[in-house]
Design a protein around this ligand. Structure first.
Ligand code: ADP
Ligand code: MG
Length: 707
């Protein structure tokens, strides 16, 4: 690579208004609607699909199920129908097999002036049914000569455009034209972003050729290679950034050295642990011990399905910290979860002399003061709480370990605030989540963390039986619930909405509560929902936990972490309304005791294919990771819980985490090899990579820490 090339102004940096055919007005629209400001932005605006424009149909073959049609023929007659805003232009279009209607609602005058009767046009558009007849609304019209002037490759790219753009006649076809213009000008001017040795080793198409091909593919093989190259590049730079950050942090931040496995850890393990650890728990504890016994900071994500025993892993890690004279804190997203952790951890520690505190929003001022003092003096070794722990008034003597439970509810910024509670050396961080994250997503969103997985449930658990019922089996369901309650089992019934007046067909919570009270006159019933005052909600939860009520009617507020081992039946009403990961989280509320437990998904008859897939997946498997994979395939990774709050605002233009797992793995391996060999990218051959790495600003991450 010639190093002088870097000082030349980049062709692609020119403002979009200078592209022939664009101009200032359209530039403004492109800018506003698609954030396209430069040539570079345009060329990286990829088609979302391709249409084969070599294929022509006969009018007699057309039916409304076809996504697009292309026919050749002539207009024989035109008329405007209606007036004012409802006015439309209707043209009758013929070939030798029949005729269809072409319709315009906008720019009618322009069409009348420009369309010629009995001239041969190529009509392209989506057929639809209107008044029992097939028509094409706002078709693309090209004369044969025009079609020859604009060879658009074998396939024509289709680009997403907004309604606002369409109103101003800036549609997919216009973007396509801009791309073709840009390509003709950019020949030989697009700089390669990957070093030669990489492109040749991986047999990647050059960047220039890939970009040209993605907009104007000549054949499927080229298109495939171009797509691969661009996906690889996209994922590779994300991985390079994440791994560079991780490498750098491991090196830069010293960590506390927990070298001792001392009295507390051993005593607990030998004398107080009420059961054998599962193999997976042992494996994870080993991984953690290795982390804290180096000289760098631990940043580990612990994934484990609901009920897999993460709390115990947290506790044993805290005892390890204590053996090395450090304090620990465990932060949960809600008051009830913090309390639950406090109770179970205090119970585990009964008989040992460990001081554990609970600090939440509702801790009384006097107690709060005492806790603050005990933390500052170091007398309290473990503190469990909510966001209250982040407050500046909370000062530790020597905080060595921060554990964050159910991470997707906390922002990265909040986590970071806890780190700072130690001046020089940051505490070790363990993030625990029960929301299984597909591997590809974890590699990207949490790619800077080390990942441990508890992939085994404690022994003796009976897998939850899941069933999907339609409304016709409600009576059967109620009989079943009555039997279960008679046996002393408690039941959850979850509803999706609360008093959404317009959706009367959905069983909302209040209606449901009334209905359930009538159907189960003998049972005592609690109700909780998000709009309740916290104290009232708390009381209702506690009553159910103590077994004073048999049925809990609730919205999804019970979703996270609540532990009532005696509750063995989960009924989810209008289950088609819930996302897959939410269904799985809800199901995780049961199956915690020795009894066989059940999850019953109630739905209406009319459900979409996607809802059906979700419910089928739930019935088929209890495996959270499998569910997460299906969820990602159904929804696309962008919508998955946790990605928004993750702090890495990556925005994939072409790669798809649901489908491109293999390319992602390759990209990560390649990036990792490069950094192993050259951690701060100082070798000559890696200068191009460093330059690209530093020039990306859109990730919301502070890459400047990479020196
Ligand atoms: P989660 O991973 O959902 O936080 P918990 O830590 O709450 O799971 O554990 C669920 C239940 O399993 C708790 O009652 C806990 O005491 C119990 N448990 C944890 N580990 C084991 C084990 N190795 N053997 C038996 N029971 C266990
Ligand atoms: Mg938990």
């Amino acid at each position: 690579m010639n190093k002088y090339i870097c000082y030349m102004p980049d062709f692609l940096d020119q403002e979009i208004k200078f592209l022939p055919g664009v101009g200032p007005k359209r530039a403004e629209i492109l800018n506003k609607e698609l954030k396209i400001r430069t040539f570079n932005d345009l060329i990286y605006y990829y088609p979302y699909k391709y249409i084969d424009r070599t294929k022509f149909y006969k009018i007699s073959e057309i039916h409304t199920e076809m996504p697009f049609i292309q026919v050749k023929g002539v207009i024989k007659s035109m008329e405007t129908i209606g007036s004012g805003a409802k006015q439309r232009l209707s043209a009758r279009f013929y070939d030798d097999t029949g005729s269809i209607e072409l319709v315009w609602f906008r720019a009618i005058k322009w069409q009348i002036e420009n369309l010629k009767r009995f001239k041969t046009y190529i009509v392209f558009g989506k057929p639809s049914l209107f008044g029992g007849k097939i028509s094409v609304v706002h078709p693309e019209m090209e004369s044969e000569e025009e079609k020859q002037l604009q060879p658009s490759g074998l396939f024509q790219g289709y680009y997403i455009t907004s309604e606002n753009m369409k109103k101003k006649y800036l549609n997919s076809k216009t973007i396509n034209k801009f791309q073709l213009t840009l390509i003709s000008l950019a020949k030989g001017k697009i700089r390669e972003t990957l070093p030669d040795q990489l492109t040749s080793k991986l047999k990647l198409m050059s960047l220039e050729r890939a970009l040209f091909t993605i907009h104007k593919p000549e054949n499927t093989k080229d298109l495939k290679n171009a797509t691969f190259r661009l996906k690889f590049e996209e994922l590779f730079f994300i991985q390079l950034k994440i791994l560079a950050l991780k490498h750098n942090r491991d090196k830069k931040f010293q960590g506390f050295h927990f070298e001792k496995v001392g009295y507390n850890f051993t005593t607990f393990y030998d004398k107080y642990l009420p059961f054998e650890l599962t193999g997976a728990q042992k494996k994870v504890i080993k991984e953690i011990r290795r982390d804290v016994n180096r000289n760098s900071q631990m940043n580990r994500l612990l994934q484990g399905d609901v009920g897999s025993g993460k709390t115990l892993v947290a506790l044993m890690t805290m005892l390890l910290a204590m053996d090395n004279e450090f304090q620990s804190c465990l932060m949960a997203p809600t008051e009830i979860l913090a309390q639950q952790h406090y109770q179970s951890i205090s119970k585990f520690l009964e008989g040992m002399s460990v001081t554990v505190g609970l600090l939440t929003g509702s801790t009384k001022a006097k107690e709060r003061k005492a806790i603050h003092a005990a933390l500052q003096s170091g007398e309290m070794q473990i503190i469990i709480g909510t966001h209250a722990l982040i407050e500046n008034t909370v000062v530790f003597k020597t905080l060595g370990l921060v554990i964050v439970d159910e991470q997707h509810r906390f922002g990265v910024a909040q986590r970071a605030k806890l780190w700072k509670k130690n001046d020089l050396i940051p505490p070790h961080i363990l993030v625990m989540t029960a929301t299984p994250i597909p591997r590809t997503l974890a590699m990207t969103v949490y790619g800077d963390l080390d990942v441990s997985v508890i992939d085994e449930l404690p022994p003796g658990r009976k897998p939850i039986q899941t069933m999907h019922f339609f409304e016709n089996r409600r009576k059967q369901l109620y009989n079943f619930l009555k039997q279960q309650i008679a046996k002393g089992t408690q039941v959850y019934i979850v509803y999706p909405l609360i008093s959404e007046s317009e959706k009367m067909d959905f069983k909302n919570l209040e209606e449901g509560f009334r209905h359930i009270s009538e159907a189960f006159p003998e049972a005592k019933i609690s109700m909780v929902h998000g709009k309740m005052k916290p104290v009232i909600k708390e009381n209702a939860m506690q009553a159910f936990k103590r077994g004073e009520t048999q049925i809990m009617v609730a919205t999804t507020v019970i979703e996270v972490g609540v532990d009532v081992p005696n509750a063995a039946v989960m009924v989810i009403e209008s289950a088609e309304r819930f996302g897959l990961s939410q269904l799985h989280q809800l199901r995780g509320r049961v199956g915690r005791g020795a009894e066989q437990s059940y999850c019953i998904l109630m739905s209406s008859y009319k459900i979409s294919t996607e809802s059906r897939k979700r419910l089928e997946t739930m019935v088929r498997t209890n495996d959270g990771f499998e569910i997460a994979e299906v969820d990602m395939k159904l929804r696309g990774p962008g919508d998955l819980e946790g990605t928004q709050q993750s702090g890495i605002g990556f925005d994939l233009k072409i790669a798809n985490l649901g489908k491109d797992g293999e390319i992602l793995q390759l990209a990560r391996n390649v990036a990792s090899d490069i950094l192993d060999d050259d951690p701060i990218l100082q070798k000559q051959e890696n200068q191009l990579l460093l330059k690209n790495l530093l020039s990306t600003k859109d990730t919301g991450f502070d890459w400047s820490s990479i020196s």
